[in-house]
Design a protein around this ligand. Structure first.
Ligand SMILES: C[S@@+](CC[C@H](N)C(=O)[O-])C[C@H]1O[C@@H](n2cnc3c(N)ncnc32)[C@H](O)[C@@H]1O
Length: 270
């Protein structure tokens, strides 16, 4: 037997992380863990917790260990098949919702939906929208479906290589958080990113391969006056704006994230 306090202290992790993992392993909330430092745990619980602590010390992301991450106020299930939804991507949802304002029952497409985070948040906020969401990976689509059902969001989910399975379909808004890290970027070997699927992260030698394909293809899938809104890397803003202008998009603009980095690029077709 050991107490919570002794176990958390010996975890070698920041207290907040250790408490979160303990709450998950014991199916309790964090407040319970914090309020009961003297509680005694049995051998099985101790073994379960020690294993989680060891995996976290080895770098595994908390979201994969507990199987959840909150996004746009919604708790989503995540697995190592999908990117862990990021706070920056909430800005993608905000810009998309801003571009949908005043449009009734819009048709919306999210490319590369992963856990379904952006599509579920959008469908949740705009119940009148017809939201389609695609990904190249079938495993990802099953998880997105689960997250949509969890929040009562209606999504039309489709396996597609970008616009490959969308011939003839047009939307008032296309949004995406595509893979945009350059293949030689050293960040790929650091922190949580090491554990995330490469195909969700890497966008070719300059990181912009997927963005180029999406910006090019979206022109044939946007309804007149429709918007393309997408996320990009912190240093890619000027290149993304230039790309959209070269492809004939109007009202091209980029919005900065909370850290002050250009993050979400958007443009409208005529
Ligand atoms: C950066 S992740 C974004 C996931 C999710 N939308 C989010 O914001 O958390 C990019 C997603 O694009 C998908 N993807 C990569 N290549 C693709 C392709 N050729 N066609 C469609 N989806 C693709 C990946 O499987 C991954 O789920």
């Amino acid at each position: 037997m050991a107490t919570f306090e002794a176990l958390l202290k010996s975890s070698g992790l920041p207290a907040a992380e250790a408490r979160l993992l303990a709450a998950h392993a014991l199916n309790r909330d964090r407040a319970y863990v914090a309020a009961h430092p003297e509680a005694e745990l049995d051998e099985r619980a101790i073994a379960r917790l020690k294993e989680l602590f060891a995996r976290r010390r080895a770098g595994e992301p908390i979201a994969y260990l507990v199987g959840e991450r909150e996004f746009y106020g919604l708790m989503l299930r995540v697995t190592p098949d999908v990117l862990i939804p990021r706070p920056e991507t909430e800005l993608l949802v905000e810009r998309s919702l801003a571009r949908l304002r005043g449009r009734e029952a819009p048709r919306v497409l999210e490319l590369g939906t992963g856990s379904g985070a952006a599509a579920v948040a959008l469908a949740h906020a705009r119940a009148d929208a017809e939201v389609w969401a695609t990904d190249i990976s079938p495993a990802v689509l099953a998880l997105a479906q689960e997250n949509a059902a969890r929040h009562g969001a209606r999504l039309c989910l489709l396996q597609s290589d970008w616009f490959g399975a969308l011939a003839g379909e047009r939307f008032e808004l296309v949004l995406s958080n595509p893979p945009y890290i350059a293949s030689a970027d050293p960040h790929l070997d650091q922190g949580d990113v090491r554990f995330e699927p490469r195909c969700a992260l890497v966008g070719g030698s300059d990181g912009l391969d997927c963005i180029r394909q999406i910006a090019l293809g979206a022109r044939d899938h946007l309804a007149p006056g429709g918007w393309l809104v997408f996320e990009h890397g912190w240093d890619q803003g000027a290149r993304c704006e230039r790309l959209l202008r070269e492809l004939g998009y109007a009202e091209v603009a980029d919005t900065r994230d909370l850290a002050g980095h250009p993050r979400i690029c958007e443009g409208r077709v005529a």
